[in-house]
Structures are given as structure tokens and as C-alpha cells.
Design a protein around this ligand. Structure first.
Ligand code: PLP
Length: 438
């Protein structure tokens, strides 16, 4: 294991330690009050409401400290030990630790911790493994996929021939027979799984068998469920996939960023695709923050936290179903649920309308298309709810039952602004007991 470098090894005049420096927040408030005010207002918003956006979380404070550190000053194009800049000895330490911890956390053969985001991680994989025009089989965006899985306005859709599979209309779950049949017909170079709005598990042994039969590579984008995978509370894609990509900031609770895990045989191609393929200098402060997040994700407390995320998602789904709101696919196996608003039998009640009504009550979520939705993406028949952020604040099943009650009453009558005001007061009262991590 690489040992962290002690500051005592640094040569030159002694300067005060980081912890002895003036408080940068204080400096910011004095020297740039406009930006400070925007940050402070956002902090208040994050504190005074209930965050149910499934892709959001509150980072560990240690992660925030590393992400706000002087490592942001350093250029380090290249990889540890092979940089195009001098003075990289300390950022090399941080990147090597991040890689070692990513490998230990997910049991992969190779890790690239440099992608600036999940979309960048995916773009790098496509560049590494595909030639322009190659066929990729991936999940439809309007059934829960992601823009970076071949949307026509995304670079993925521009450069590669994406063919999309949808969900089974009865079960609203992956239809493995359809995936197999399409893979055998289309003979893609890559079979891509993973989603932004899919509440069920993936059958990786079966997907591997399909990929082998069709003679293609298998990739999982586990951006949403990476924390659950790390905690071994979701089927593990790593043993079955050639490549696994993820964001580090959703269930994983690290800084905003991306990560690629792959088999050794793809390591060189992946590294070259990230740099110099699609990126320049890596964000060394974010890489250090990823390392901190990966360490915290290996602790027993993290596993308990992920279990609570799952328990809370069940409680929320049950509470909503009891009050006449249907969870797509009948429930959830993970941290999110998709709520179908159609059973309310009111044309005026759309995802857009309910999202706004809930926002007025300081309950934040996003409108989302449900599978086979008749409404457009800016209107939708559903909302997507996720439990990671509120679980980070310590909320448990009891709180989520209450949240379910508020959501159901507002969804049944989204025009009732008095109701939204009274729920907002109750929300404010409840969240006082659950401060976000400082
Ligand atoms: N992949 C999936 C499945 C996602 O849900 C997301 C983001 O929501 C991404 C990739 C993209 O991540 P980023 O926003 O960091 O580019």
C-alpha cells in the first residue's frame, strides 16, 4: 500500500499547517459577498427541505475538505509516475491511493479515477472500445436509460450506432429475452446496461451469457447503485462485465466525478482514452476527495447506511402505494422509485405539476417519464424519488412514512397551495432534527 506523505518530509521554510490557515469561508464572505450569498442560500435550501432527487446526496465533510483543497492548483497531465508536469510527487500519492482504494472497494483489476464525470467516463469507454459507427445495444432513455447511452444529441449518439431495448410492458422490468434476441440480430460490439431511473436489480450472469452468445463486450454503468454495490447490497457487476463505469457522487457519497473499472486487457486503451483521448489535466482535488470517499465506503457504517437507504425506499414505496400511488414495476429493489401518477385519473396531474407543487412544500424531486409514457419528457406522467440524501441526514422509515403521506396528499390535489404551505411548515419542523453533515 502507498503510504500518505507526511508534510514533515516537505523541504523549505515551515509554513502554518492547513488547519491553522484563516477560514476560507470567512474570507469568501468578505471578499465576494455575491457568490457567498448564492452558496449560503443554496446551503439553506439543502438544509430546510427534503431532498429526494435520486442522484443527489450530501458528501462526507472530509470529502468536501479534500475537494476544496490546494490540490486544485496542480496540473498533472498523465498518470502517477508518468506526468507531463514537474512537482507531481504529492498528487501522485493521492491518485495512487484513490486507485488502490477503488480496486479494494470494488474488487476490479484496473481503475481509472480521472474522469471528470459519469458522462466523461462513458465517453472514454466508447472511445477505448469502439470505432465510430460501431453498434451498441443500450436501454431506451424514456424507459430509464441515460443521455450518455446514445441519445441523438449526445456525442454517444453522434458517433456510434446505438440500438435501444425497452422494458417488458407487463412487468416494467428488463426483458432479457428481448435483449438476447436484439443482440443476436444486431451483433453489437458492446452491450450496455445501467440506468438513471430503473428500480430493479440486473441479472449479470444472464447478461454475460447473452454478451458471450452475441460475441460482444459487456459494460455496466452503475452510476446510481455504486454505493449499494460497494456495500454488497446490489448484485455485483464487476466479475461479469468487461468494463464498469460510475459516478462517485450519488449513492457512493463521494465528490462529483467519474470512475472506470475494467479488466486488465482494456487498461491501456481506457487510460489512453481518458487522457489524452477526451480530457486534459485531471482534477487532483477531486481525485483526492474520491480517495477519501472510497475509504469511508469501506467502513461498516457505510454498509449500515446503504441498508437504511434500501429500508427507507421500501417504506416510501409502501406508504405511497397504500395511498393510491403506483410504483412502476410494483416496487423497488434499490434506492429509487418511479411513481406513476396515472392512477389518479386526472389529466391535469402530471409529473411537471406535481414536481412544482412538492417544491413549494420544500420536498424536492424530479418529474420523470415512466415506461411507455404518453406524455413528453418536459411534462411526464411520473416522478422519480430517491432516498440517499435524506438517509444521510439520519431519516428512517418513520420519517419516510410521513414523507409518503405528504407526497400523496399533494399529488392528489396539486392545486391546493394552502396544503403546500402547511406541509412546508411541517417539513421545516421535521428537518430541524436532521441537520445535514456540516
Ligand atoms: N450514467 C448514469 C446512469 C447516470 O444516471 C448519470 C447521471 O445522472 C450519468 C451517467 C452521468 O453522470 P454525470 O452527470 O456525472 O456526467
Amino acid at each position: 500500500m502507498t503510504q500518505p506523505v507526511s508534510t514533515s518530509k516537505v523541504t523549505g521554510p515551515t509554513i502554518p499547517a492547513w488547519t491553522e490557515q484563516p477560514d476560507p469561508r470567512q474570507l469568501l464572505s468578505e471578499r465576494d459577498p455575491e457568490i457567498y450569498a448564492a452558496i449560503e442560500s443554496e446551503r439553506q435550501r439543502q438544509t430546510n427541505g427534503i431532498e429526494l432527487i435520486a442522484s443527489e446526496n450530501y458528501v462526507f465533510p472530509e470529502v468536501l475538505a479534500a475537494a476544496g483543497s490546494v490540490l486544485t492548483n496542480k496540473y498533472a497531465e498523465g498518470y502517477p509516475g508518468r506526468r507531463y508536469y514537474g512537482g507531481c510527487q504529492y498528487v501522485d500519492v493521492a491518485e495512487k491511493i484513490a486507485i488502490e482504494r477503488a480496486l479494494a472497494l470494488f474488487g476490479a483489476e484496473h481503475a481509472n479515477v480521472q474522469p471528470h464525470s459519469g458522462a466523461q467516463a462513458n465517453a472514454a469507454v466508447y472511445m477505448a472500445l469502439l470505432a465510430p459507427g460501431d453498434t451498441v445495444l443500450a436501454m431506451k432513455l424514456d424507459h430509464g436509460g441515460h443521455l450518455s447511452h446514445g441519445f441523438h444529441l449526445n456525442s454517444s449518439g453522434h458517433y456510434y450506432n446505438f440500438v435501444h431495448y425497452g422494458l417488458d410492458p407487463e412487468t416494467e422490468q428488463l426483458d432479457y429475452d428481448l435483449i438476447r434476441q436484439t443482440a443476436l440480430e444486431q451483433r453489437p460490439r458492446l452491450l450496455l446496461v445501467g440506468a438513471s431511473a430503473y428500480p430493479r436489480h440486473f441479472d449479470f450472469p444472464l447478461l454475460r451469457a447473452i454478451a458471450d452468445e452475441a460475441g460482444c463486450l459487456l459494460m455496466m454503468d452503475m452510476a446510481h447503485v455504486a454505493g449499494l454495490v460497494a456495500a454488497k447490497l446490489h448484485p455485483d457487476p464487476v466479475p461479469y462485465c468487461d468494463v464498469v463505469t460510475t459516478t462517485t457522487h450519488k449513492t457512493l457519497r463521494g465528490p462529483r466525478g467519474g470512475l472506470i473499472l475494467c479488466r486488465k486487457e482494456h487498461a491501456r486503451a481506457i487510460d489512453r482514452a481518458v487522457f489524452p483521448g477526451i480530457q486534459g489535466g485531471p482534477l487532483m482535488h477531486v481525485i483526492a476527495a474520491k480517495a477519501v470517499g472510497f475509504k469511508l465506503a469501506q467502513q461498516a457504517a457505510f454498509r449500515r447506511y446503504q441498508q437504511q437507504i434500501l429500508d427507507n425506499a421500501q417504506a416510501l414505496s409502501d406508504s405511497l402505494q397504500r395511498q393510491g400511488l403506483r410504483s412502476v414495476s410494483g416496487g423497488t429493489d434499490n434506492h429509487l422509485l418511479l411513481v406513476d401518477l396515472n392512477p389518479l385519473n386526472n389529466e391535469a396531474i402530471t409529473g411537471k405539476v406535481v414536481e412544482t407543487a412538492l417544491d413549494n412544500a420544500s420536498i424536492h424531486c424530479n418529474k420523470n417519464m415512466i415506461p411507455f409514457d404518453k406524455r413528453k419528457a418536459m411534462v411526464t406522467s411520473g416522478i422519480r424519488l430517491g432516498t440517499p440524501a435524506a438517509t444521510t441526514r439520519g431519516m428512517k422509515q418513520g420519517e419516510f412514512e410521513r414523507i409518503g403521506g405528504w407526497i400523496a396528499s399533494i399529488a392528489h390535489d396539486p392545486k391546493d397551495s394552502a396544503l403546500q404551505e402547511s406541509v412546508r411548515d411541517e417539513v421545516l419542523e421535521m428537518v430541524q432534527a436532521f441537520p445535514p453533515p456540516a
